[in-house]
Ligand binder design. Structure first.
Ligand code: URA
Length: 238
Protein backbone atom coordinates (compact mmCIF):
# COMPACT_ATOMS: atom_id res chain seq x y z
CA UNK A 1 0.00 0.00 0.00
CA UNK A 2 1.48 3.37 -1.04
CA UNK A 3 1.57 6.30 1.40
CA UNK A 4 -1.19 8.10 -0.52
CA UNK A 5 -3.61 5.16 -0.66
CA UNK A 6 -3.03 4.48 3.06
CA UNK A 7 -3.83 8.10 3.83
CA UNK A 8 -6.96 7.99 1.65
CA UNK A 9 -8.14 4.80 3.35
CA UNK A 10 -7.69 6.44 6.76
CA UNK A 11 -9.62 9.53 5.62
CA UNK A 12 -12.42 7.33 4.30
CA UNK A 13 -12.58 5.37 7.59
CA UNK A 14 -12.68 8.63 9.57
CA UNK A 15 -15.51 9.91 7.34
CA UNK A 16 -17.49 6.67 7.84
CA UNK A 17 -16.96 6.77 11.61
CA UNK A 18 -18.11 10.42 11.75
CA UNK A 19 -21.22 9.50 9.73
CA UNK A 20 -21.98 6.57 12.03
CA UNK A 21 -21.69 8.78 15.14
CA UNK A 22 -23.88 11.50 13.59
CA UNK A 23 -26.52 8.97 12.50
CA UNK A 24 -26.62 7.40 15.97
CA UNK A 25 -26.92 10.87 17.54
CA UNK A 26 -29.77 11.68 15.15
CA UNK A 27 -31.66 8.75 16.68
CA UNK A 28 -30.92 9.90 20.22
CA UNK A 29 -28.03 7.53 20.90
CA UNK A 30 -25.16 9.31 22.64
CA UNK A 31 -22.44 6.93 21.50
CA UNK A 32 -19.68 9.21 22.77
CA UNK A 33 -21.00 9.14 26.33
CA UNK A 34 -19.34 5.89 27.52
CA UNK A 35 -15.92 7.22 26.50
CA UNK A 36 -16.66 10.48 28.32
CA UNK A 37 -17.73 8.52 31.39
CA UNK A 38 -14.47 6.53 31.31
CA UNK A 39 -12.46 9.73 30.99
CA UNK A 40 -14.27 11.22 33.99
CA UNK A 41 -13.62 8.10 36.06
CA UNK A 42 -9.93 8.06 35.13
CA UNK A 43 -9.60 11.74 35.99
CA UNK A 44 -11.27 11.26 39.39
CA UNK A 45 -9.10 8.21 40.15
CA UNK A 46 -5.98 10.17 39.20
CA UNK A 47 -7.05 12.99 41.56
CA UNK A 48 -7.72 10.49 44.35
CA UNK A 49 -4.34 8.87 43.80
CA UNK A 50 -2.59 12.25 43.96
CA UNK A 51 -4.47 13.12 47.15
CA UNK A 52 -3.21 10.00 48.94
CA UNK A 53 0.21 9.57 47.33
CA UNK A 54 2.44 10.30 50.31
CA UNK A 55 -0.32 9.40 52.80
CA UNK A 56 0.77 9.27 56.45
CA UNK A 57 -2.57 8.27 57.96
CA UNK A 58 -1.33 5.03 59.53
CA UNK A 59 1.92 3.33 60.56
CA UNK A 60 2.03 1.32 57.32
CA UNK A 61 3.48 4.43 55.69
CA UNK A 62 6.70 3.99 57.72
CA UNK A 63 8.07 1.05 55.80
CA UNK A 64 6.38 1.29 52.44
CA UNK A 65 8.32 1.84 49.27
CA UNK A 66 5.31 2.63 47.06
CA UNK A 67 1.61 3.19 47.56
CA UNK A 68 -0.32 0.48 45.74
CA UNK A 69 -3.44 2.32 44.70
CA UNK A 70 -5.09 -0.06 42.22
CA UNK A 71 -4.98 -1.06 38.60
CA UNK A 72 -7.34 -1.97 35.80
CA UNK A 73 -10.04 -0.79 33.50
CA UNK A 74 -12.64 1.76 34.55
CA UNK A 75 -14.99 0.06 32.08
CA UNK A 76 -15.20 -2.84 34.51
CA UNK A 77 -17.38 -5.89 34.86
CA UNK A 78 -15.88 -6.88 38.22
CA UNK A 79 -13.91 -5.16 40.97
CA UNK A 80 -11.54 -7.58 42.72
CA UNK A 81 -10.52 -6.60 46.24
CA UNK A 82 -7.50 -8.17 47.92
CA UNK A 83 -5.89 -7.76 51.31
CA UNK A 84 -2.83 -5.59 50.84
CA UNK A 85 0.39 -5.28 48.88
CA UNK A 86 3.24 -7.74 49.42
CA UNK A 87 6.94 -7.39 48.65
CA UNK A 88 6.63 -7.30 44.85
CA UNK A 89 3.67 -4.94 44.87
CA UNK A 90 5.46 -2.57 47.27
CA UNK A 91 8.44 -2.40 44.88
CA UNK A 92 6.41 -1.97 41.71
CA UNK A 93 3.44 0.05 42.96
CA UNK A 94 0.80 -2.23 41.42
CA UNK A 95 -1.47 -4.82 43.06
CA UNK A 96 -1.14 -8.54 42.50
CA UNK A 97 2.08 -8.60 40.47
CA UNK A 98 3.82 -11.44 42.38
CA UNK A 99 3.10 -15.19 42.18
CA UNK A 100 -0.40 -14.83 43.67
CA UNK A 101 -1.09 -12.07 41.15
CA UNK A 102 -0.04 -14.24 38.23
CA UNK A 103 -2.45 -16.88 39.45
CA UNK A 104 -5.18 -14.25 39.85
CA UNK A 105 -4.65 -13.21 36.22
CA UNK A 106 -5.14 -16.85 35.14
CA UNK A 107 -8.27 -17.20 37.27
CA UNK A 108 -9.71 -14.00 35.78
CA UNK A 109 -8.77 -15.11 32.28
CA UNK A 110 -10.67 -18.38 32.77
CA UNK A 111 -13.91 -16.38 32.95
CA UNK A 112 -13.08 -13.79 30.31
CA UNK A 113 -11.74 -11.08 32.62
CA UNK A 114 -8.56 -9.11 32.20
CA UNK A 115 -7.10 -6.27 34.27
CA UNK A 116 -6.30 -4.41 31.05
CA UNK A 117 -9.77 -4.37 29.57
CA UNK A 118 -12.68 -5.23 31.86
CA UNK A 119 -11.66 -5.69 35.49
CA UNK A 120 -10.15 -3.53 38.23
CA UNK A 121 -8.01 -4.71 41.16
CA UNK A 122 -7.61 -2.92 44.49
CA UNK A 123 -6.76 -3.81 48.08
CA UNK A 124 -8.29 -2.94 51.42
CA UNK A 125 -4.97 -1.36 52.45
CA UNK A 126 -2.70 0.47 50.03
CA UNK A 127 0.66 -0.03 51.75
CA UNK A 128 2.62 -3.22 52.47
CA UNK A 129 1.94 -4.50 56.01
CA UNK A 130 5.35 -5.67 57.26
CA UNK A 131 6.37 -7.60 60.35
CA UNK A 132 9.51 -5.47 60.46
CA UNK A 133 8.90 -2.11 58.71
CA UNK A 134 12.60 -1.23 58.96
CA UNK A 135 13.34 -3.98 56.41
CA UNK A 136 11.24 -3.31 53.26
CA UNK A 137 13.99 -4.96 51.19
CA UNK A 138 13.41 -8.31 52.96
CA UNK A 139 11.17 -10.93 51.34
CA UNK A 140 8.75 -12.85 53.56
CA UNK A 141 8.32 -9.79 55.79
CA UNK A 142 4.53 -9.84 55.37
CA UNK A 143 1.64 -9.79 57.80
CA UNK A 144 -2.10 -9.21 57.64
CA UNK A 145 -3.23 -5.59 58.12
CA UNK A 146 -4.53 -4.60 61.58
CA UNK A 147 -8.16 -3.43 61.97
CA UNK A 148 -6.90 0.12 62.73
CA UNK A 149 -4.88 0.15 59.48
CA UNK A 150 -7.87 -1.14 57.51
CA UNK A 151 -10.02 1.58 59.03
CA UNK A 152 -7.46 4.31 58.27
CA UNK A 153 -7.34 3.20 54.64
CA UNK A 154 -11.09 2.65 54.24
CA UNK A 155 -11.73 6.14 52.90
CA UNK A 156 -9.58 5.46 49.83
CA UNK A 157 -11.34 2.21 48.91
CA UNK A 158 -14.74 3.78 49.62
CA UNK A 159 -13.98 6.56 47.17
CA UNK A 160 -12.57 4.15 44.59
CA UNK A 161 -15.83 2.21 44.76
CA UNK A 162 -17.92 5.34 44.24
CA UNK A 163 -15.82 6.41 41.25
CA UNK A 164 -15.52 3.00 39.62
CA UNK A 165 -19.18 2.15 40.24
CA UNK A 166 -18.53 -1.61 39.84
CA UNK A 167 -21.56 -3.73 38.91
CA UNK A 168 -20.05 -6.68 40.79
CA UNK A 169 -17.39 -7.19 43.48
CA UNK A 170 -15.27 -10.26 44.21
CA UNK A 171 -13.30 -10.26 47.46
CA UNK A 172 -10.19 -12.36 47.87
CA UNK A 173 -9.45 -14.02 51.19
CA UNK A 174 -10.61 -13.82 54.77
CA UNK A 175 -9.21 -10.43 55.77
CA UNK A 176 -10.69 -8.58 52.78
CA UNK A 177 -14.00 -10.47 53.00
CA UNK A 178 -14.42 -9.72 56.70
CA UNK A 179 -13.55 -6.06 56.20
CA UNK A 180 -15.90 -5.59 53.25
CA UNK A 181 -18.76 -7.45 54.91
CA UNK A 182 -18.11 -6.25 58.44
CA UNK A 183 -18.20 -9.90 59.47
CA UNK A 184 -16.23 -12.11 61.82
CA UNK A 185 -16.96 -15.33 59.92
CA UNK A 186 -14.16 -17.39 58.37
CA UNK A 187 -13.57 -17.49 54.62
CA UNK A 188 -14.70 -21.12 54.41
CA UNK A 189 -18.14 -20.02 55.61
CA UNK A 190 -18.22 -16.85 53.50
CA UNK A 191 -16.88 -18.05 50.14
CA UNK A 192 -19.24 -19.01 47.38
CA UNK A 193 -22.12 -17.02 48.88
CA UNK A 194 -23.56 -13.92 47.29
CA UNK A 195 -23.97 -10.87 49.51
CA UNK A 196 -25.54 -7.48 48.90
CA UNK A 197 -22.83 -4.88 49.15
CA UNK A 198 -23.96 -1.36 49.92
CA UNK A 199 -21.68 1.38 48.56
CA UNK A 200 -20.42 3.25 51.64
CA UNK A 201 -21.31 6.71 50.33
CA UNK A 202 -24.13 6.50 47.78
CA UNK A 203 -25.83 3.45 49.32
CA UNK A 204 -26.12 1.73 45.91
CA UNK A 205 -26.23 -2.05 46.28
CA UNK A 206 -24.39 -4.60 44.10
CA UNK A 207 -23.65 -8.33 44.48
CA UNK A 208 -20.44 -9.28 46.27
CA UNK A 209 -18.86 -12.71 46.14
CA UNK A 210 -16.06 -13.75 48.51
CA UNK A 211 -13.64 -16.46 47.42
CA UNK A 212 -10.28 -17.81 48.58
CA UNK A 213 -7.20 -15.65 48.15
CA UNK A 214 -4.94 -16.85 45.29
CA UNK A 215 -2.04 -17.08 47.77
CA UNK A 216 -4.07 -19.69 49.70
CA UNK A 217 -4.38 -21.69 46.46
CA UNK A 218 -0.61 -21.63 46.06
CA UNK A 219 -0.34 -23.18 49.52
CA UNK A 220 -3.20 -25.65 49.09
CA UNK A 221 -4.10 -26.88 45.60
CA UNK A 222 -7.24 -28.55 46.92
CA UNK A 223 -8.91 -25.14 47.20
CA UNK A 224 -8.78 -24.66 43.43
CA UNK A 225 -11.99 -26.56 42.78
CA UNK A 226 -13.92 -24.28 45.16
CA UNK A 227 -12.53 -21.18 43.50
CA UNK A 228 -13.48 -22.58 40.08
CA UNK A 229 -16.99 -23.12 41.38
CA UNK A 230 -17.04 -19.51 42.65
CA UNK A 231 -15.76 -18.20 39.31
CA UNK A 232 -18.49 -20.07 37.47
CA UNK A 233 -21.03 -18.36 39.72
CA UNK A 234 -19.37 -14.97 39.16
CA UNK A 235 -19.53 -15.50 35.40
CA UNK A 236 -23.30 -15.90 35.50
CA UNK A 237 -23.56 -12.37 36.92
CA UNK A 238 -21.94 -10.36 34.10
N1 URA B 1 -2.00 -10.05 47.98
C1 URA B 1 -2.99 -9.12 48.08
O1 URA B 1 -3.94 -9.30 48.81
N2 URA B 1 -2.87 -8.03 47.35
C2 URA B 1 -1.87 -7.80 46.52
O2 URA B 1 -1.85 -6.77 45.87
C3 URA B 1 -0.86 -8.78 46.43
C4 URA B 1 -0.95 -9.89 47.16
Amino acid sequence: MSGDSGKNELLELTRQLKNAVETAQLFGEDVLKPAQNDQDKNKKLEELYRKYDGCLMCPLSEGRVKIVFGVGSVDLKVLFVGEGPGYDEDKQGFPFVGKAGQLLDKIMQSIGLDRKTNAYIANIVKCHPMTDPTKPEMRGNDRAPQPSEILACKEILDQQIEILDPPLICVLGATAARAMLNSSEGITALRGRLFDFKFPKSGKTVPLLPTYHPAALLRNELLKKDVWQDMKLLRTLF
